[in-house]
Design a binder for this molecule. Structure first.
Ligand SMILES: NC(=O)c1ccc[n+]([C@@H]2O[C@H](COP(=O)([O-])OP(=O)(O)OC[C@H]3O[C@@H](n4cnc5c(N)ncnc54)[C@H](OP(=O)(O)O)[C@@H]3O)[C@@H](O)[C@H]2O)c1
Length: 331
């Protein structure tokens, strides 16, 4: 079989992403073969085409950490031709060829059958939206309810941020969206944010005090760094922050004070190796009680051949929401 793919190759110290016709050897090991309808643009895909990005071990690779499409063949009885599915995480798009291609092959225990979501909706949610749902689930499991008080979402216009705002508002939480984009108020209000504030701390040079004014019942944070240190110092007694990212930095210059004096919990969120049984359950909830209500407002759509320019806008921090990359019929 020969098919079209966007292949990332190292060249002159850089990484070039180009359209290529490839053969079966690019399908990789696995038991489920998927005709890809959509992939999407994630922060990690941007790293995959960044020299020294730290996520791809070996080039060439077909990037695309999200694969959404229909099963064409399966050696596993759990899947049949025509099943609409999503596969993301594990090694996909970083050390196992991913979704930027007409076909993908993965192990059956990486695959989720869609329930209550179209392929397009699942692609709009993708890894970033799944991470948002995982963050919300962590806060709910911790006992947070809409009556607990306001919930902060940082990096609010990002993939994780927009879907988190949408899900939390849909559940009835008072959501405060923190963003560095001055023109994002309308989008974030449409998604259900009660108020929109700038990045935190307001003064980026300010020294973070061990404890600040207790403000948030909870937080969904994909920014990390000094911003997260500030957020932790302003979480109210018994609150929690579900954290997943590092767009603002990997260091966390905090103290033990929020934890030992206010009982604040730091809830780590990892979507990549989240166990498959729980992954399938959470995707099923994404089609039901956690379904984002405003996907059409937060999604953009581009042909897969424009992946590089979309990923460049993610890398430069100018991207908003989620971009679906249409694969079927676009090569
Ligand atoms: N743990 C996991 O399983 C998991 C899964 C998915 C993503 N992630 C991580 O989560 C983070 C966000 O991913 P994403 O897909 O949402 O990325 P994204 O769509 O690129 O959004 C990131 C957002 O972070 C904010 N931001 C960018 N640069 C910043 C800076 N220097 N300081 C503060 N805020 C900044 C921006 O929001 P505003 O302009 O609105 O402030 C931007 O839109 C990434 O670090 C990614 O690797 C982790």
């Amino acid at each position: 079989m020969r098919f079209w793919a966007m292949v990332a190759r190292e060249s002159d110290g850089g990484v070039v992403l180009a359209r290529e016709e490839v053969g079966d050897d690019f399908l990789g090991p696995g038991t489920v073969t998927i005709k890809v309808h959509y992939s999407s643009a994630n922060f990690k895909d941007g790293l995959a085409i960044t020299p020294g990005g730290g996520v791809v071990r070996e080039y060439p690779i077909i990037p695309g950490i999200d694969i959404t499409g229909e099963v064409v063949s399966s050696e596993d009885p759990g899947f049949a031709p025509g099943d609409p599915v999503i596969a993301h995480g594990y090694d996909i798009g970083v050390s196992h060829n991913g979704g930027f291609a007409e076909y993908a092959r993965v192990p059956a225990d990486w695959v989720v059958k869609l329930d209550g979501l179209t392929m397009r909706e699942a692609a709009a949610i993708g890894t970033a939206g799944f991470t948002a749902a995982l963050s919300v689930q962590e806060l709910l499991d911790r006992g947070l309810t809409p009556g607990s008080g306001p919930v902060l979402v940082t990096g609010a216009t990002g993939g994780v941020g927009t879907v988190a705002v949408d899900i939390l508002a849909g559940l009835g939480f008072e959501v405060v969206a923190s963003t560095g984009k001055t023109d994002a108020g309308e989008l974030l209000s449409t998604l259900g944010a009660k108020s929109v504030i700038g990045r935190l701390p307001e003064d980026p040079e300010a020294k973070i005090r061990p404890l600040g004014k207790a403000t948030w019942a909870g937080a969904v944070d994909s920014v990390g760094g000094k911003s997260l240190a500030y957020v932790l110092s302003t979480i109210a007694y018994g609150g929690a922050a579900a954290i997943s990212g590092l767009t603002g930095g990997a260091a966390l210059p905090t103290t033990v004070m929020p934890f030992i004096l206010r009982g604040v919990a730091l809830l780590g969120v990892d979507s990549a190796h989240y166990p498959i049984a729980r992954r399938r359950t959470l995707w099923s909830r994404l089609g039901k009680d956690l379904k984002p209500q405003h996907l059409s407002a937060l999604e953009n759509q581009s042909p897969i051949t424009e992946a590089e320019s979309i990923l460049n806008s993610i890398r430069s921090g100018h991207h908003s929401g989620r971009t679906i990359l249409t694969v079927a019929g676009e090569f």
